[in-house]
Structure formats: structure tokens, C-alpha cells
Design a protein around this ligand. Structure first.
Ligand code: CO8
Length: 257
């Protein structure tokens, strides 16, 4: 399939999705999200793909939802079409997604980064929720995920003033896992994704689901969920292989079964 707003590549077991509207700083329009969702559907079904990297370019990961698309929308248009709903596809994606973020990650771009499982930032990255300057508020989870990631005070300041956070502050605040030179950010993200993709795919999916449960439930319920999933992982052939390999002092050969 030919895409107009993204490019898609494969690096071994890693699927690489590059947002590709450079003239608009990768502003996220409906067509781009449709293409992203179509690729996620195909990567989800593809046993050869173990993890995914999403990136932009050196100037922008994505500078937000496309303002030209939203400009003439009324409340009734927005509410009636519920145009943000399709952004949720990525949150239901079961394989790990690593965001490689260089340049601007603003508004919906910051929200997209926060929907990914691991965020690696280039040293020029800038994060922000500047919707307040446009007379709106974040609409794809920014008030919720940013608050969980960096705490109330910093989230409030960013969302109420539109202040951006640089890469160093983003790492210090827990918004990204680490910062690397911008020229290396995609390679670093692919390296992380490759490492994940060489482990047992069903076990990786269980681990991701269990971490995500922490955002949806109480500690006691989450720990119970984790324990049940931990026991479930004993049903895989890869559990036997992983433990046998350890005892036999060799590398495991996982078969994703
Ligand atoms: N939408 C549409 N076009 C954009 C966007 C955007 N979000 N951001 C940049 N562009 C365009 C500019 O209009 C410009 O186009 P042109 O060359 O045709 O004039 C081009 O990209 C380059 O931008 P600038 O000339 O402004 O570049 P600068 O380097 O001077 O500035 C900035 C870079 C600071 C990033 C600036 O472009 C900016 O402030 N952009 C807007 C950022 C913003 O407000 N983002 C939030 C958007 S609202 C949102 O995301 C709501 C989320 C709701 C959920 C998502 C639902 C889909």
C-alpha cells in the first residue's frame, strides 16, 4: 500500500513508521492517523514484527493536530464526528512501540509520544501542550497522561501556560526514558526495539499489558493481575526454553510459542 503521510520500513523484526508531512512539521491530520492505524493493523497481524518504532524528522516528531483541519470545525462537528476517537488505535496495539522523538512534540504530537510504550528523545526535543494558546485544551489524553508522567504541578504549568519542556527536563521528569544525540535517536530506538523483539513475543505482550494495567487499576488489583499473568506465562514453550537455556548456560532460542 502507498502512503502519503507516513513512510513504512522494516529493520529485521522491527517495523519503522516515519511521520512524513515535513512541510507542516508533521501535523497530524485525519489521513495520517488513518494510515498509521492501517500500518498498526498490519504489523499487529504480522508474526515477523516484534516491535515498532515511530519517529518524525529532526525538526519535528509532530507539531500537533493539524490546525488547518480543525479551524472551521464547530463543537457539533467535533463532537458529532468524534474525530479523536480513532487516535486510540495505538493504545490497543499489543506489541511494544518505541517513540524516537527529535524536535517538536507538541499538542497531539506530545500525546502520540505518550501513547507509545518507551520514549527516547534526541537532545533537541521539545515537548509541550500549547493548546491553551489556540483556545482549546489537549484532546488526545494530554491532561491525563502528562499528569501521570510528570506530576500535577509540571503538567498544570505546561497545560495552563503552554510552556515547552526541553529534552533534559523531559528525562529528569520521567517523560522520556533517556536522551541521546539527535543524530542517533532513530538508531537507538531501533536498537531498543530489536532487543525487545528478540524475546518471546507472547511474553513481551503479557509484560506490556501488565505494566499498562498499572495506569488503570488499584495497586492490589494490579498485583493480582500481574500474578495471574505471571503464572500464565508458564504455559508457553518459551518459558521452558528460557529457563532450560539459563540452567544449561546457553542463549535461549525463543520460538514465540
Ligand atoms: N497544524 C498545522 N500546521 C502546522 C502546525 C499544526 N499543528 N504546526 C506547524 N504547522 C505548519 C505551519 O503553519 C507552517 O506552515 P506554512 O509554511 O505553510 O506557513 C509550517 O508548519 C512550519 O511552521 P512554522 O513556520 O510555524 O515553523 P516555526 O519553526 O516558526 O515554529 C512551531 C514551529 C513553534 C512548532 C510552530 O509551528 C507552532 O507553534 N505550531 C503549532 C503548535 C501547536 O499549537 N500544536 C497544538 C495543535 S492543537 C492539538 O494538537 C490538539 C490535540 C487534540 C488531539 C489530536 C486530535 C487530532
Amino acid at each position: 500500500m502507498a502512503y502519503e503521510n507516513i513512510t513504512v520500513d522494516r529493520r529485521g523484526r522491527v517495523g519503522l513508521i516515519t511521520l512524513n508531512r515535513p512541510k507542516a512539521l508533521n501535523a497530524l491530520n485525519g489521513a495520517l492517523i488513518d494510515e498509521l492505524n492501517a500500518v498498526l493493523d498490519s504489523f499487529e497481524a504480522d508474526e515477523e514484527i516484534g516491535a515498532v518504532v515511530i519517529t518524525g524528522n529532526e525538526k519535528a516528531f509532530a507539531a500537533g493536530a493539524d490546525i488547518t483541519e480543525m479551524r472551521s470545525m464547530s463543537f457539533v462537528d467535533a463532537h458529532g464526528s468524534d474525530f479523536i476517537a480513532k487516535w486510540n488505535r495505538i493504545t490497543a496495539f499489543r506489541k511494544p512501540v518505541v517513540a524516537a522523538i527529535a524536535g517538536y512534540a507538541l499538542g497531539g504530537g506530545c500525546e502520540l509520544a505518550m501513547m507509545c510504550d518507551i520514549a527516547i528523545a534526541g537532545d533537541n526535543a521539545k515537548f509541550g501542550q500549547p493548546e491553551i494558546k489556540l483556545g482549546v485544551i489537549p484532546g488526545a489524553g494530554g491532561t491525563q497522561r502528562l499528569t501521570r508522567a510528570v506530576g500535577k504541578s509540571k503538567a498544570m504549568e505546561m497545560i495552563l501556560t503552554g510552556r515547552m519542556m526541553n529534552a533534559e527536563e523531559a528525562e529528569r521528569s520521567g517523560l522520556v526514558s533517556r536522551v541521546v544525540p539527535v543524530a542517533d535517536v532513530v538508531d537507538e530506538a531501533i536498537t531498543v526495539a530489536e532487543r525487545i523483539a528478540h524475546f518471546s513475543a507472547p511474553t513481551v505482550a503479557l509484560a506490556k499489558a501488565s505494566v499498562n494495567r498499572a495506569f488503570e487499576t488499584t495497586l492490589a488489583e494490579g498485583v493480582l493481575y500481574e500474578r495471574a499473568v505471571f503464572y500464565a506465562s508458564f504455559a508457553t514453550e518459551d518459558k521452558r526454553e528460557g529457563m532450560d537455556a539459563f540452567i544449561e548456560k546457553r542463549e535461549p532460542a525463543f520460538t514465540n510459542r
